[in-house]
Design a protein around this ligand. Structure first.
Ligand code: FES
Ligand code: FE
Length: 461
């Protein structure tokens, strides 16, 4: 008798792992090998995935190797400037074609029997041409590498195997309005400050994925030092880290999430003035978004609407995620001399089995950030958000423990709870779209993350 597609081998229905009425998720989701295999098909085989930034492959025939779920892919730039993503599996006998992490080559030749492919994945030919060693049953156009659908957003490279699925803009939905404030605000755009850092964490990718859906709550405990140490220390007004984090949370039916944090305290500290006494332009010049300067903030109006600029000067998105496995931090870090320097980092958590993930960290800068500011930003960002950064050391300590907890027979039956949800609605006068709740960061963003996970895991096709 065939099993229902949503039924696991022991008869559990996937839908029962997420209890909608009590907002609980069973810990089993964090360690189950069967679920992991289904995620590869239903989730990593369907959604848009972030693979890097186009500035990593600036020249024709540049390439980098990345992963879409468990599948290795070659990310290339062709002579016409287009970016392509091809499955790194030889159609001949399945050998991994490209084994170099990054480089430049117009042709990728399989090291097994020598079938060769162009930069865009098309089949070029095989050795011993007169013997036609690629056979005569299929035309050359059928022997190319499998190609993913690709889009660029703010220079970030996204790809999906879902060739007919929703557009990237539809995938972002209302959240795009807020992502544009970070990724699409300057004239020249962003670039990476070098190749991504990578390290392996012994944890299920969802421990990091759901945290990335704007879990600000843990900052007060796990990153408590942020309110206590060195130049991070908050004194006088704003000494309460929770109050410093006050703002608005953007949730999304697609599991995206953003934490917009009020800049009022920082502006008061820098100027001694009330934000209400200052215009949007003045506030942006006093506290430019990370990577921008008082001079370059003029570019914002070329790329954003007045409403977007208002939010950028008031409660800009600073930390958040994009479903399924991306987190970004665009944060304003106080310096010992009282000034503020921004940090911009983006991580992905690539699954490597039910209890292993690869943490990838890109440090971003605006292309026209002055060199000395770039240098400071990179140093500070690595110190905080790099693989050995002060913040990420904290985070990456929790994920393996949660994964281990889920391996115990009792632990796997325990649940994670997302019950701190109170609809508080948008801040008064908020001009942005989407599901927005004012106040301290709560569980709504992560609950939406799990709801979308469930939707994809139980979708009809
Ligand atoms: Fe690639 Fe044979 S497996 S050429
Ligand atoms: Fe954290």
């Amino acid at each position: 008798m065939s099993r229902n597609k949503n039924e696991l081998a022991d008869g559990t229905n996937i839908a029962d792992l997420v209890k909608l009425d009590t907002r609980e998720v069973q810990m089993r989701t964090l360690e189950d090998r069967e679920l992991y295999a289904l995620e590869q098909e239903r989730l990593f085989g369907k959604t848009w995935l972030m693979l890097g930034h186009e500035s990593e492959i600036p020249n024709a025939n540049d390439f980098v190797l990345r992963y879409m779920g468990d599948d290795s892919v070659i990310v290339t730039r062709t002579k016409d400037g287009e970016v392509h993503v091809s499955l790194n599996v030889c159609p001949h006998r399945g050998m991994k074609i490209c084994t170099t992490e990054a480089g430049n080559s117009p042709v990728h030749t399989c090291i097994y029997h020598g079938w060769a492919f162009r930069s865009n994945g098309d089949f070029l030919g095989s050795p011993i041409e007169k013997e036609c060693m690629h056979g005569k049953m299929m035309g050359k156009e059928e022997l190319g590498l499998r190609k993913a659908r690709v889009t660029l957003y703010g220079g970030l490279i996204f790809a999906t195997w879902n060739l007919e699925g929703e557009s990237f803009d539809d995938f972002l939905g209302d959240a795009k309005w807020y992502y544009d404030l970070m990724f699409c605000r300057s004239d020249a755009g962003m670039e990476v400050a070098g190749p991504p850092q990578r390290f392996i964490v012994r944890a299920n990718w969802k421990t990091a994925g759901e945290q990335s859906a704007a879990d600000g709550f843990h900052t007060l405990m796990l990153h408590r030092w942020l309110g206590e140490v060195g130049n991070y220390k908050k004194e006088g007004e704003g000494s309460d880290l929770a109050e410093e984090m006050y703002g608005a949370e953007v949730s999304s039916p697609h599991g995206h999430a953003l934490r917009c944090i009020d800049l009022a305290r920082k502006i008061r500290r820098l100027t001694g003035k009330e934000p209400s006494e200052l215009s949007v332009e003045e506030k942006l010049r006093i506290l430019p978004p990370p990577g921008m300067t008082a001079e370059t903030v003029d570019q914002l109006k070329n790329n954003l609407t007045e409403d977007q600029m208002e939010v950028l000067a008031w409660m800009p998105p600073q930390v958040g995620g994009m479903f399924p496995n991306i987190i970004f931090a665009f944060i304003y870090i106080p310096q010992p001399d009282g000034t503020v320097i921004g940090s911009m980092a983006l991580h992905t958590y690539v699954p490597k089995g039910p209890d292993k993930l690869e943490f990838m960290n890109w440090v971003l800068v605006e292309k026209d950030t002055p060199p000395e500011l770039k240098e400071k930003m990179v140093k500070q960002t690595l110190q905080l958000l790099g693989t050995s950064g002060m913040v990420e050391q904290d985070d990456s300590d929790t994920w393996p423990h949660m994964t281990m907890s889920a391996k115990g027979p009792q632990g796997s039956k325990s649940t994670m709870k997302y019950q701190a949800i109170y609809e508080t609605s948008k801040p008064k006068g908020w001009p942005g779209p989407g599901i927005v709740n004012e106040g301290f960061t709560k569980d709504d963003t992560q609950w939406h993350w799990w709801l979308y996970w469930l939707e994809l895991m139980t979708a009809e096709k």
